[in-house]
Ligand binder design. Structure first.
Ligand SMILES: [Zn+2]
Length: 357
């Protein structure tokens, strides 16, 4: 059976094929946070250049930015901006000749209504086009008790699986800064509060896998924001323990969980590769591409500071139109973001692995 897919946005069975082939081929796909057409197009250009498939994801505020901060109803802007961006990708992805997974990033309890509104858009899209608008959404209820996390995940997945959508969940750690786990002294490799427990992964598997496809972000020493990077040790073997427990208990095939790596900026390359070997197929990238994008703009402006103060040079009359044309500035940012993504594709081993034919 051929595993090649049509280029464009992939959902349902085709999305599962992407995940399965990545795990089998020992590579992962970058999941790039985007905020507008510049970062979306840069992500797709870079995927095409590297002949890799890619995951494009929106945060709720990224969606709002896409719609425009001038819109008064911020909830509506978060929904419509994300939908508008999704249509942009649907229209163009095919032309870039690669497969694109359309996904939304961390949504905590307060953002469940945002996710539900987006699901409604996918349900309508499914009715008219036979496929959902988004490939998957993420629900991050890792800050809530696990019973609530799993029951809400189940409720949404029941609705999503009917239209070929997948859900990403996050199983958190039981401690937080308020529990004293955030101070520098007690962050140790042996602190069980900082790592997702295999028993919790098993519970998620037993509850969600009969309903539909889900992926799981587990904490194995990766940090997003709360702790200073480098303070918590990456322990990919946590992922292996979870896989083994499920495999043993539920008699599944090997590495049943489809795992996601959050907060991986600055991780050692060897640990990334080990994590991929334990079933990680998706690695989020945001901070590094944000910096790459903005750094280039700073550099561009510093190169010709006068062009950003005067339309025409007050001393010698030189016109600066060619320099301050926003397309020039933004293109330099796109190219810099592409350069950073080139590295990500290499680190994740996905260069040349696109399934699009
Ligand atoms: Zn996360």
């Amino acid at each position: 059976m051929s595993n090649s897919l049509k280029p464009g946005v992939v959902t349902g069975e085709n999305y599962r094929t992407l995940v399965r082939e990545a795990k089998k081929g020992h590579y992962a796909l970058p999941a790039v946070n985007v905020v507008g057409t510049n970062s979306i197009n840069a992500a797709m250009e870079s995927a095409a250049k590297n002949k890799s498939d890619i995951i494009i994801q929106f945060s709720n505020s990224g969606g709002q930015f896409y719609a425009g901060f001038g819109l008064e109803d911020s909830f509506e802007a978060k929904v419509l901006g994300t939908v508008s961006a999704a249509h942009h990708v649907h229209l163009l992805a095919e032309k870039y000749g690669i497969c694109v997974v359309l996904h939304t990033d961390h949504a905590n309890k307060a953002l469940i209504p945002w996710v539900e509104e987006l699901i409604k858009h996918s349900e309508n899209h499914f009715e008219s086009h036979g496929k959902p608008l988004f490939s998957s959404h993420m629900l991050d209820l890792s800050g809530e008790v696990i019973d609530f996390n799993l029951s809400e995940s189940k409720r949404l997945l029941e609705r999503m699986s009917k239209i070929g959508m997948s859900l990403e969940i996050e199983l958190g750690v039981t401690g937080g800064e308020e529990d004293g786990v955030g101070s520098d002294d007690d962050i140790g490799a042996d602190n069980p509060l900082l790592y997702t427990q295999p028993e919790d992964c098993l519970r998620a598997w037993e509850m969600l896998s009969p309903i539909g496809h889900f992926s799981l972000a587990a904490s194995f020493g990766n940090v997003h924001g709360v702790y200073k990077p480098g303070n918590v040790k990456l322990r990919p073997e946590i992922l292996k323990n979870s896989q083994d427990l499920i495999e043993r208990t539920c008699e599944t095939g090997s590495r049943p969980l489809d795992l996601v790596f959050h907060g991986g900026s600055g991780s050692e390359k060897g640990k990334i590769s080990t994590a991929i070997g334990y079933g990680v197929f998706k690695m989020n990238i945001d901070t590094d591409t944000q910096f790459a994008f903005s750094k280039a703009i700073g550099h561009y402006v510093n190169e010709s500071p006068k062009a950003f103060l005067h339309q025409v040079d007050p001393e010698d009359g030189t016109p600066y139109k060619k320099l301050y044309d926003p397309r020039k500035v933004l293109r330099s940012a796109e190219l810099s973001m592409i350069e950073r993504l080139d590295e990500a594709f290499v680190d994740l081993g996905s260069v040349g692995k696109s399934l699009a034919k």
